[in-house]
Each structure stands twice: as C-alpha cells, then as structure tokens.
Design a binder for this molecule. Structure first.
Ligand SMILES: Cc1ncc(COP(=O)(O)O)c(C=O)c1O
Length: 374
C-alpha cells in the first residue's frame, strides 16, 4: 500500500488548476504534460462564435459600459421570466457571493458544508459569524429536519445547488420546506445556482427562480462562466426581489462588469443549439462515467452536476493522497479536497469532460489502482 504523500507546512492550492505549485511540490518538471480534470467547466464551450464576436466588440472598450447594464439585465430577466429589477449583473458568480454576504454584514450565517469555500471567505470579509451545517459522508444527502433544527438563531443561510464539490442536489420539495421554515424564523436563504444548468435535460425547471415570486427572503446566485466556459471573462448575476437587488447594487463598485462580458449576455442566453448540445453531452457522458468509476471499485457520490466526488473504497490499497499523486505523475490533474470543510482530503473531485478525455481518466485510474496491488 502506498503511504500518504507528505505535504509539508505549505498548504494545498486553494482552488482547482494551480498546476505549477503541485508539479514543483511533487518534484515533477514544469512542462510535465497534464490533462486538467480539476476545473468544472463545460468541455463543449465556449460556443464557436464567441471569439469572432468578442473581436468585433473591441472598439466598445474605448467607452465606459452603461452602468445599469440594461440590455443584459433584460436578457437575464427574460431567460428566467422575471423583471429586470430582480436582476443584478456581477463580475462572475464570485462577486455575487461577496455582495450577498455584504447585504448581511455582521450577522449570524450558516453554511451547508462541504461546499464552495468562497461563502466562508465572503462571510469573514463582511464580519458574519459562521456556523457549519454538515452533510454526512458518504452520500452527502440533506436531512431536512436536522437542517431546520440547526437554523435556530441563524439570520442567513448559504447553500449551493447543485453543490460543489459533492455534485448533490437538494430536491425542490425540501427547498420549499426550508423556505417556509426560514421565512417563519426570519432567516434569509442564499442559494448558489452556479451549476444549475448542468443538472439535466430541463435546467430551467431545476432553477429556483420561479420561487422568487413567493419568497422575498430568497436570493439566487448564478455564474455564466461554467456553462459557457468563459472563466477568464468573469460573468455572473444575482436574482432576488427588487429591494434586495437595489441594496446589493449600492455595495457594488461602478462598472464592475466589463463591456465585453456585459454585451455577451444576450447572445449567450439565446444560443439554444449550444445549450441543447451540452444537455446531450451530460445525458450520455455522466451515466457512462459514473458507471465506469463505480466499476473500478471507487466510492462515487451520485452526481447531478458536471463533476464527480470520488475516493478509494475501504477495500482498495491506496490512500486518497497517494491516488492524487499517482494520477499527477501519470498526467492527470484532479482537485484535492484538503480545503473543503468536512472532506479532510479524503475525497477527490474529478470534472466530467468530453468522451475521449473521460476514457483517458478511467484508463489511468484503472492502471494506478491496479499497480498499487503489486
Ligand atoms: C459553486 C460555485 N459558485 C460560484 C463560483 C464562481 O464562479 P465565477 O467564475 O462565475 O465567479 C464557483 C467557481 O468555481 C463555484 O464553484
């Protein structure tokens, strides 16, 4: 059995990617070829037309963007059947998270964990106290009764749906129970829907946007960087009742979203062919890869997103850290879980990519798991 890889005082990288630090740590050359399965991006994107389209927009960089981003807000509102006053365009989902925390500065927050680390960072930046409500391994499914019990005294709850890194989705009826209860006790609910378009065939039905009409204490956060594979452009938005959006706007720097990103919103949202292609890819690749990973004997959390949380099963002769290291040596970069509260490095997150890449991943995993028996 391979031992755990020692990782001296320096921390594991805080996000996916960051290959240089990992290669240096494991003594691998900087040009060691790596297939990146650590970032959860749509492998089909960006849509083919985006590059030419952006080039044509470059002259617009000579002016400030219109500060209210009216066209983009209108397009997002139409997409979710909301009013433009219920939409705030943001510099990525990351800015939306920080604005949501700013709205509740100094209050008592709860965060469902394990989850994306930026909720805790944003809460700390805005002086919210944090209570963690843990989803139990190995299935990470929510027990709604214990969640409601844990909300006593909490003023704002952050959760991610589907959740990064577990890829689990709290079902809509549990969300409605949560929203009824939280309304009664005066607790705001912030739901990060960054991966909602990756849930399945009818992503608009998976979003909680229609519930905004009934629940004024609900705020939704979206990212457009995952689905459209544009993380370098920075594009996201917040959906909430008009008063919440107005308050969030006062916390946002002027011109926070650049001209290119803002102008791209409407054409992206009307590219139905790209959305359909993505849904076809998810419908075929996700079950196929889930089965292949399970057949390797790994523990695999059922996924409703474009990534999987996996770990060696108790019967396998390898630790998670050693599996991470051997994959890296074989040219596969996955996401460690050392800085996800509650995962303690025991799990690895792997992105779902296109079929040839997914087959490479499964083949390398098979080899590494086989070699550790020798
Ligand atoms: C759950 C979740 N929300 C939000 C974000 C931020 O996305 P963006 O690139 O839109 O800022 C990420 C990025 O990894 C994420 O995983």
């Amino acid at each position: 059995m391979w031992p755990s890889s020692p990782w001296p005082s320096s921390p594991w990288p805080s996000h996916g990617g960051q290959a240089e630090a990992l290669l240096a740590h494991f003594g691998l050359p900087a040009d060691h070829r790596l297939d990146d399965f650590s970032a959860n991006l749509n492998p089909l994107g960006p849509p083919a037309w985006v590059s030419d389209w952006l080039t044509k927009q470059l002259t617009g960089l000579e002016r400030y963007p219109a500060p209210d981003y009216a066209a983009a807000r209108q397009a997002i509102a139409a997409h979710h059947q909301l009013q433009p006053e219920q939409v705030l365009l943001t510099n990525g989902g990351a800015e939306a998270i920080f604005l949501a925390a700013a709205l509740h500065a100094g209050k008592r927050a709860a965060i469902i964990t394990p989850s994306f680390g930026e909720y805790a960072r944003a809460c700390r930046a805005h002086r919210l106290s944090i209570t963690e409500i843990a989803l139990p391994a190995p299935h990470f499914t929510l027990d709604i009764d214990s969640l409601l019990a844990g909300l006593n005294g909490i003023e704002v709850l952050f959760l991610c749906r589907p959740n990064n890194p577990t890829a689990t989705l709290i079902d809509m009826s549990a969300m409605e129970t949560l929203l009824d209860h939280s309304a009664a006790i005066g607790c705001h609910v912030v739901v990060d829907e960054a991966f909602i378009d990756m849930v399945g065939e009818a992503p608009q039905q998976a979003s909680m946007a229609p519930l905004l009409a009934r629940y004024s204490h609900l705020t939704l956060l979206h990212s457009m960087t995952k689905f459209y594979t544009l993380p370098g452009l920075r594009l996201g938005y917040m959906l909430a009742e008009a008063a919440t959006i107005k308050a969030a706007e006062t916390c946002q720097p002027a011109w926070s979203v650049n001209h290119l990103a803002a102008e791209l919103v409407a054409p992206l949202l009307t590219d139905d062919a790209f959305a359909r292609r993505t849904q076809r890819w998810l419908a075929s690749e996700r079950p196929r890869v889930a089965q292949a990973l399970t057949e390797l004997g790994l523990d695999v959390v059922p996924s409703q997103a474009c990534f999987f949380l996996i770990r060696p099963s108790a019967a396998q002769e390898i630790t998670t850290d050693a599996l991470f290291e051997q994959l890296l040596r074989q040219g596969i970069l996955v996401r460690h879980s050392h800085n996800f509260a509650g995962l303690n490095g025991e799990w690895l997150r792997v992105a779902l990519r296109d079929e040839p890449a997914n087959r490479r991943l499964v083949n390398v995993l098979k080899k590494v798991l086989h070699d550790c028996l020798r």
